[in-house]
Design a protein around this ligand. Sequence first.
Ligand code: TXA
Ligand code: MG
Length: 350
Amino acid sequence: MHGKIGKERTMQTQVFYKEDIDQAAQCLRNGELVAFPTETVFGLGAIANNENAVKQVYKVKGRPSDNPLIVHLGNKEEIYHYAGQLNTQQQRLVAQLTRAFWPGPLTLIVPVKPNTFSLTVTGGLNTVAFRMPDHVETLKLIQTVGFPIVGPSANLSGKPSPTQVQHVLHDFDGKIAGIIASDPTQIGVESTVLDLTDERGIFILRPGAITKAMIEATIPELKIKTLSTAENQKIKIPKAPGMKYRHYTPHQQVIAVSADKIEALLPTLERQNTALITKETTATEIRLQFADYFSLGEEDKVATQRLFSALRYFDDIPNIDVLVVELLSDSEQNSAYRNRLLKASSRVIE
Ligand code: TXA
Ligand code: MG
């Protein structure tokens, strides 16, 4: 029904609309996979207490089994029900943070409660990641299921995260039971992951739309630490296991370049095989020298929303071998964009 008929196609992937949420919830309760929209990116849903369903999520994504999944909740209070024993500081922070930022793009790592979720959810860690997504249909879906659902980003492992229904179908049509229809996602990059379980302090493990400054403004006595990628790679068991894998990569070589360095790079490129992805502030004379161009809009926020779409667009174009992508300036608001682009890039010019 939707697009290509591949060899591995085994089932009909249904698109569920607003009025079909009960049916989608029934699929999840039966242990089937249903992709769902959020304000960040689409997730690949399975009910979090069904071992086979959760294993199937890893299998269809091709995801390493030591990379744990985020558990998505249908309301704020559920975190107290599904988390393990919280110490006094964790209790206070969970209350303040969920009040300020849920539903929204903030994932909280807290101690896990034994025998609550399928073991595969946490990949053997004694902590678990929770988030309450900000999307009406998805909240209704989780509430109707009556139990939290896991949701890694709904992309094949290593590929850019999906921000549109068609991205999810591109990777999983015929391999999952369904997807909840929605407009393209608002934010475009995954949630901020905040670890509340490290005795050395409170760490941002993955930057997202909720910045360090926003969290510190809400809880003035809190000082947040950011674990740099280098630090993360030094520790044997990375704090966020997902950080050690190659990510967000189309088949092309990706070069991240700040806006003012693009012109100087031009003479060194094989331009007939190179595409440019930048904000519209790039001069037309520069844009025209590339084989293809994808606009990231005019503002940094829009660029963030479109980054994964741009990478996915060119992933399907065989005769482009190199992508030159604008590296936004180094500000807190741009930290999620820069983090994802730098992970996708093999060369950085700034
Ligand atoms: O915005 C998002 O967070 C999206 C939407 C669908 O909600 N989900 C998402 O999930 O990005 P995923 O699986 O692609 O990324 C989850 C990240 C990984 O880097 C994983 O290693 C980390 O969270 N994570 C999950 N559980 C963890 C835990 N207990 N301790 C440390 N890191 C954890
Ligand atoms: Mg992901």
